[in-house]
Structure formats: structure tokens, C-alpha cells
Design a protein around this ligand. Structure first.
Ligand code: MTE
Ligand code: MOS
Length: 774
């Protein structure tokens, strides 16, 4: 009997719904004398800090101290790569940036203290948009580039067109905001419990700030109430503030951002500007594509460069483009430092090629699903960066199966009939693919460690470097440990993630949590089973290779004993019952200077069909039905995977249709709360939502044949954007329908208006060449 593949619930499902699951802030009550921190925030997007007078803050009852730059014993900077994020800036680089922190007995006192501080600023001019940054030549990096083939093919193509697409960012809106508690531990080191996806990096940054070696700092993550990439690096600086406060005052310090502060201070999904120029044959085959991406990186580099790389790696999505040139550059603006967000730049790449496919279909008058199908990768073809698309046939298999299972053809006719019969509301139907590369593109991150402890009674503790943010990593890893050890799932306890159990870990990100940590845990468990096998063979007087372990029962030579009794026996024979495991992803490499390599261990494939309805007078839209077919390999936890697919799709739908970040002309985020920032909720869930896994999809080189599922489904929501385009076009079958993202009711309203009045959509840079439509 196996645990892997069984429909087990998320290991914390019950605790999540009863409220018993503990999050970092819930531990606050365990720290007598805990101080709360509140930032003194700058009212300018760009300014020099001339003076900070914290005297008035200190008069507020309950205020204990005010942290300023000179309180940092070590390096006062939390920038993980470039060291470009001063903890106490002398130059303010975005509206709301913290210039100092007030510590007090209560959060209210700290807040009142922060409000009293008198800070002198010299305001400076600010760059608030991508366009302003481009005009000023303000960038955070040199251009990145991928290219192959002969781009002059564009000039010879039967259909040529170009244009621009503006792509909005996205707030993570994890339910648990950023939080860290730091204190001086029993042996004089610094202990931190933090809502961080990357405890080892948080440890590094705290150690740097306190001028301590890494072994003096312990970081623990118990679980996160969602992270979505927003806690991959952005927890670090806040943990460092808590640590500096604890070091200075000798008391435990908690930094916990309110929702408004979290939205004001922390980075988001990057807004992008993309320019495209495409050439197609008259039968809808893409011949050449030139793309330029500009992301709004905000004030510091953060992860913007690898995020832009992932945009480049995904700018052809699932389509083979013979000649392609793509460049990407990160703009430096006076905004929050944009960061990782589910898909990590991939969504911004894919939305553009889907725009290009849609426009080609419209201009050629060929159904978009046919244009897309014609351009899907075939077996043996390579990506622009030179990686073979192994299992490309999975993509076309998924596509063709989904067209059948979603009843696409019949529904196409039904949608057309509906549109014939209705003049004020129209429906749209579309299918789009996803091919998403799995692995960190920084090759060295693709490693993981584990520490598995078996006790004499047969119970098990599993430690690994991955963090749990609701995605179900701990569920899957426990299943893996249970199966490899041959014990019931209930015997396995997964411990919170701690840097003193497993060192030098990678962020839990890039959807590779299970691939990496699951494999490391399996490695440790195999070592233990190997030793127990010999012990059991001795008990049974049989050949070790004939001993089996299953659900706590060990069998061999026609006899059975309990797993616990074999453990007890091993202990008495002085056989070690614990092991550390390790895994490194094989054969991946990438050279940024040549833009060539094999950055991904494999690709995750999927496709979605969405049907929508729009209203001509309001631009309001509704998603009626979604059908998804996703390649998750052999699913380790089908219930968890289904949740990831549904949740990922909904988060993508939010990004593409309702969530809109707006900044005012002073660089202040106007949408800094749930009252002004619309999130997808129950009412946006499709009326019919069918999710299926591709069958017979074993991924041979991954633990238990499974495949990553955390990010890829987000991009399936592009099918809804394309269905909206289809619905708009129902108002005028000869219109070229384009609109920026997100497709809010306003944008749909104006897109309908443009279509009805036959006004050009989007913002083409050059007149589109005529094509031989066929
Ligand atoms: N699911 C939940 N419930 N909460 C999250 O924060 N983060 C997503 C995805 N699914 C997230 C989630 C992101 S951005 C990534 S990279 C993966 O989970 C990380 O976990 P994994 O590698 O274990 O899939
Ligand atoms: Mo996910 S954006 O890789 O944390």
C-alpha cells in the first residue's frame, strides 16, 4: 500500500480551518517583554534625509527606543545580491520607505511614536513610470538578450505587425503579512522566527547586520500564511530590523506589518511594457518575432534580473519560433522594489506571445485555436536558448484531449449562436497552452538537504530546507518519507524549517520545493532503510534484499515484525537511526553571456479552455466555465495538486482581470488596501471549473515520477484573457481587438467601443502591413 499518490488532505487542513495552525505572530505571547516595531515612513518618493529628531517619539508612553542607522552593529544593508538596500536610508527612494523604526511596548504606542518623529527632507525629482525611466535612461541592469535565426525574415513574411502591450503588476496579498520576531537566545546567539521562504538567506542577512558569523544566527519558519514569492527575499530586511532591535535593547522584538504597511513597503509583481514585432506566414505559422521587455523594478535590484531572464525564457510560451530576438531591461523607478511573484516573470513573457498569436489569427481570419495549434512545439525542436523540448508531444496531446473533453467545437457553435441572438452581451471562448520551465535558473540553487531522525519506537521526524506556505510541500514530503521508510503517514512528523537542522538551503520557490526537498528526504530515508534492512535480515535470517517495509510492517523469510521493533533492535545493535540526505538537480546549466544552455530540468505542460461573458454597457465580465488539463506527472498528492491548479488559475485570473495597482502622481500607492485593490473572490470563481491531470505522465527523473505544480497553472488564466478578446470581437468580426492588462471592466468597455466604432486598438508603432488572408 502506498501513501504517495493517495488522496490525503493537506497536513494542516484541519488546523487551517479550525484556527489551530500557528503562524509567526501567534508566538508573540511566548516572549515576555516583547517590543513592537513601527516604521517612520517618508512622505516623498525621492528625497534626501536631512535630519531625524526622534525626541518627540520618545515622549510617547510605551515607546522604549528608536532605531537609527548608527544602531546597526554590522552592515546596514539587506540587499541580497547587490547590497543596494540600506536598512536606514539617507536617501529616500520610494514613497513610504522606512527611515527609522520606533520600538514600543505595544504596536499602538510604536505607531504613535513614529507619527511624532520630526524628519527633515529635501524632496528630489522622482521617476514614477517605465516611460519616465526609459526617457531618463534609468535602469537597474544591462539589457539581457536571447536570439536565434535570421530576424530579417520578418520583412519577408506575408503578415507583419507590431505593437505595444502594457502589463500591470500584482500585489501578493498573502493573508499573513510580513512578520519576524528576533531575540537573543539562551546561548547568546540571535534567534529569529520569520515568515520567510528562504530561512538561510534571512540568516545571512541578519548575521551581516549584526556582524556575527552564520553559526550565531538561527532562523526558523513554522509556516507561512501564503507567500507567493513575496517572502522570497522581502522578509530579510524586516528580520534584520527585528534583530538589530533585539541586539540593542536586549528584549525580543517583533516586526509585523499591517496590511496597509505591507502594501506600501513591499514589492509586487513587476509591471511591464512590451514591444513586439512579428512575422507570420499566410497560413498562421510564426516566422519571426522581435520582443523588447521593460520591467518596472522599483528602487533596488532585488530578484528583478532573474525574473527578467524567466520572462525571456518564456516569451515563446509553447510555440516554436524559428527566428527570434528578445531583449529585457529592468527600469529603476522610485517605487517599491518589485519582486518574485508566482510565475517569476514567466506570465509577463507569455501574455505577449499570446497577444501576438491572437492578433495574427484576427488579421488572417483564422480561428485562434488553429493558429496556436499550428505553432506548438513538436518533438525534437529546441527553445531559443538551445534546450530540447523533451516530451513536446505532451503539449499537443494535452491540447487535442482538452479540445475533446471541453467539448470545444460544440461550444464554439453555441457561443456563436448566443452572440447572434444577443446584442448587448457577448460570449467568448478560447484555449491557451502553458509550457513552464522547472528549476532555478541560477543553477547553484538547485540543491537541497534533509535530516531524518527515526526514534526507537519507530516514529519519525523529518527536517528539510523547504518552507510551507500552504502549497502542500510538507504533505508531499511526509508522504515520500512514509513510503520510502515503509511506515504509515501518521508516524511521520515534519518539523518546522530551521537553519540549525539543515544549513545553506535554497528558497522554496521556482515550484521546485518537492522536486528538491522531496528527493533529499528520500535520499536520507533510503540510507536508513538500507541499514534497517540488514538488521531485519538478521532477525529473519534471510537475504537483506528480500526484506520489505510497508505501512509499519517489516517482512522477510515468511515472517513479519513491526517497524518499531526493528528500530529497537537496530538501536541495541548500535546501528544509527538517522541520516542526512542531499539532492542536486543533474545536467542543468546556462551561460548568460551566450544565452545558451539547459536551464531547466524539464517543462511542466498544461492547457485551459475558458468561456466568458461580457456586458457592452459596463464592460463587466464573468467567467462561465473553465476546463484545465495539467501535466503534474504522477501526482504525489492529488488533492493538493488540484488545489494548486485551482488556486493558481484564480490568482492568474485576478492578475489579468480585476487586480489593478495604481500610484498617484506623487508616487503614493493609491490602492493600498482591500477597499481599493480588488481581489478575485468567490464571485469570480467560474460557474463550472473542471480540472483534470494528464494520464500516464510519469516524469522519470523526478522524485516518485511527479512534476512541479506550484506556478504553471497561474498562466492558464491567459485563456480567460483570450476569451475576453473573443467576446469583444463578437461586436465586430473584422476588428483587431487589443487591450492592455488587466482587462478590467473599463478596459473591456473601451475595447468594445473601439471594436464597434472600428477604431484601431492598442498602440501600433508602425502601420500594419497588409496580408494575404486565407
Ligand atoms: N500555494 C499557496 N497556497 N501559497 C503560496 O504562497 N506560492 C506559490 C506556489 N503555490 C504559494 C502556493 C509559489 S510562488 C511557488 S514558487 C510555489 O508554490 C512554491 O512551493 P513549491 O515549490 O513547493 O511548489
Ligand atoms: Mo515562487 S514566485 O518562485 O516563490
Amino acid at each position: 500500500m502506498t501513501t504517495v499518490g493517495a488522496a490525503v488532505p493537506h497536513e494542516s487542513a484541519r488546523d487551517h480551518v479550525t484556527g489551530a495552525a500557528l503562524y509567526t505572530e501567534d508566538l508573540a505571547g511566548r516572549f515576555p517583554g516583547l517590543l513592537h516595531a513601527w516604521p517612520i515612513t517618508a512622505p516623498h518618493a525621492h528625497a534626501r534625509v536631512l535630519s531625524i529628531d526622534a525626541g518627540p517619539s520618545r515622549t510617547v508612553p510605551g515607546v522604549v527606543d528608536v532605531l537609527v542607522g548608527s544602531d546597526v552593529p554590522g552592515e546596514g544593508d539587506s540587499g541580497a545580491n547587490r547590497h543596494d538596500e540600506p536598512l536606514f536610508p539617507t536617501e529616500v527612494l520610494f514613497h513610504g520607505q522606512a527611515v527609522a523604526w520606533v520600538l514600543a511596548e505595544s504596536r499602538d504606542a510604536a505607531r504613535a511614536g513614529a507619527e511624532r518623529a520630526v524628519v527633515g527632507y529635501e524632496p528630489l525629482p522622482a521617476l514614477l513610470t517605465i516611460d519616465e525611466a526609459i526617457a531618463a535612461g534609468s535602469y537597474l541592469n544591462d539589457p539581457l538578450r536571447l536570439a536565434r535565426g535570421d530576424l530579417t525574415a520578418i520583412e519577408r513574411s506575408a503578415l507583419r505587425f507590431d505593437g505595444e502591450l502594457r502589463i500591470g503588476g500584482q500585489e501578493h496579498f498573502y493573508l499573513e503579512t510580513q512578520v519576524s520576531i528576533a531575540w537573543r537566545d539562551e546561548t547568546g546567539g540571535c534567534a529569529v522566527v520569520s515568515s520567510t521562504q528562504h530561512p538561510s538567506e534571512t540568516q545571512d542577512i541578519v548575521a551581516r547586520a549584526l556582524a556575527l558569523p552564520d553559526n550565531q544566527v538561527t532562523v526558523e519558519c513554522i509556516r507561512m500564511g501564503g507567500a507567493f514569492g513575496g517572502k522570497e527575499v522581502q522578509a530579510n530586511g524586516l528580520a534584520a530590523i527585528a534583530a538589530v532591535g533585539a541586539w540593542k535593547t536586549g528584549r525580543p522584538v517583533m516586526v509585523r506589518l499591517t496590511r496597509a504597511l505591507d502594501m506600501m513597503l513591499t514589492g509586487k509583481r513587476h509591471p511591464y511594457l512590451a514591444r513586439y514585432e512579428a512575422g507570420f506566414s499566410s497560413d498562421g505559422r510564426i516566422e519571426a518575432l522581435r520582443l523588447e521587455f521593460y520591467s518596472d523594478g522599483g528602487w533596488s535590484l532585488d530578484l528583478s534580473e532573474p525574473i527578467m531572464w524567466r520572462t525571456l525564457f518564456h516569451c515563446e510560451n509553447a510555440y516554436f519560433v524559428p527566428a527570434i530576438e528578445v531583449t529585457g531591461r529592468v527600469c529603476r523607478t522610485h517605487k517599491t522594489s518589485q519582486t518574485a511573484f508566482r510565475g517569476f516573470g514567466g506570465p509577463q513573457g507569455m501574455i505577449v506571445v499570446e497577444e501576438v498569436m491572437a492578433q495574427a489569427a484576427q488579421r488572417l481570419n483564422i480561428p485562434p485555436e488553429i493558429v496556436r495549434r499550428r505553432n506548438l512545439y513538436a518533438q525534437g525542436q529546441h527553445t531559443p536558448y538551445g534546450q530540447a523540448v523533451d516530451e513536446a508531444d505532451r503539449m499537443s496531446t494535452i491540447w487535442d484531449r482538452l479540445l475533446t473533453t471541453s467539448d470545444f467545437e460544440r461550444r464554439r457553435a453555441a457561443v456563436d449562436a448566443y452572440n447572434q441572438a444577443n446584442s448587448t452581451s457577448k460570449r467568448g471562448l478560447a484555449i491557451t497552452p502553458v509550457k513552464f520551465g522547472i528549476s532555478f535558473t541560477a543553477t547553484f540553487f538547485n540543491q537541497a538537504g534533509a535530516l531524518v531522525l527515526v526514534y526507537r519506537d519507530g516514529s519519525v521526524q523529518v527536517n528539510h530546507g523547504g518552507t510551507e506556505m500552504g502549497q502542500g510541500l510538507f504533505t508531499k514530503v511526509a508522504q515520500i518519507a512514509a513510503d520510502v521508510l515503509g511506515v504509515p503517514l501518521a508516524s511521520v512528523r515534519t518539523m518546522s524549517t530551521r537553519t540549525d537542522k539543515v544549513p545553506n538551503t535554497s528558497a522554496t520557490a521556482a515550484s521546485s520545493g518537492t522536486d528538491l526537498n522531496g528527493a533529499a528526504v528520500a535520499d536520507a530515508c533510503r540510507q536508513i532503510v538500507g541499514r534497517l534492512r540488514s538488521v531485519a535480515a538478521g532477525l529473519f535470517d534471510c537475504d537483506p534484499s528480500s526484506v520489505t517495509f510497508d505501512q509499519g510492517v517489516v517482512s522477510g523469510g515468511g515472517r513479519t515484525v513491526s517497524f518499531a521493533s526493528v528500530c529497537e533492535q537496530a538501536y541495541h545493535q548500535r546501528v544509527s537511526l538517522f541520516a542526512n540526505g542531499f539532492y542536486r538537480t543533474p545536467e542543468i546549466h546556462f551561460d548568460p553571456s551566450t544565452g545558451r544552455g539547459k536551464p531547466f530540468h524539464y517543462f511542466a505542460f498544461g492547457a485551459a479552455v475558458s468561456e466568458v461573458e461580457i456586458d457592452r454597457f459596463t464592460g463587466a465580465s464573468r467567467v462561465l466555465r473553465v476546463d484545465i488539463l495539467e501535466d503534474v506527472g504522477d501526482s504525489i498528492a492529488p488533492v493538493v495538486d488540484r488545489g494548486q491548479i485551482e488556486g493558481g488559475f484564480m490568482q492568474g485570473l485576478g492578475w489579468l482581470t480585476v487586480e489593478e495597482l495604481l500610484w498617484d502622481d506623487r508616487g503614493r500607492l493609491s490602492t493600498a488596501g482591500a477597499s481599493t485593490y480588488k481581489l478575485p473572490s468567490w464571485s469570480e470563481v467560474p460557474d463550472t471549473f473542471n480540472v483534470a491531470f494528464l494520464e500516464e505522465a510519469t516524469e522519470r527523473s523526478v522524485v516518485f515520477g511527479s512534476k512541479a505544480v506550484g506556478e504553471p497553472p497561474l498562466m492558464l488564466a491567459l485563456s480567460a484573457r483570450e476569451a475576453l478578446r473573443d467576446a469583444v470581437r463578437a461586436f465586430n468580426a473584422s476588428a483587431i481587438v487589443t487591450f492592455d492588462s488587466p482587462a478590467t471592466p473599463e478596459r473591456i468597455f473601451f475595447a468594445v467601443r473601439r471594436a464597434r466604432l472600428s477604431l484601431p486598438g492598442g498602440a501600433p508603432r508602425r502601420a500594419a502591413a497588409t496580408a494575404d488572408a486565407s
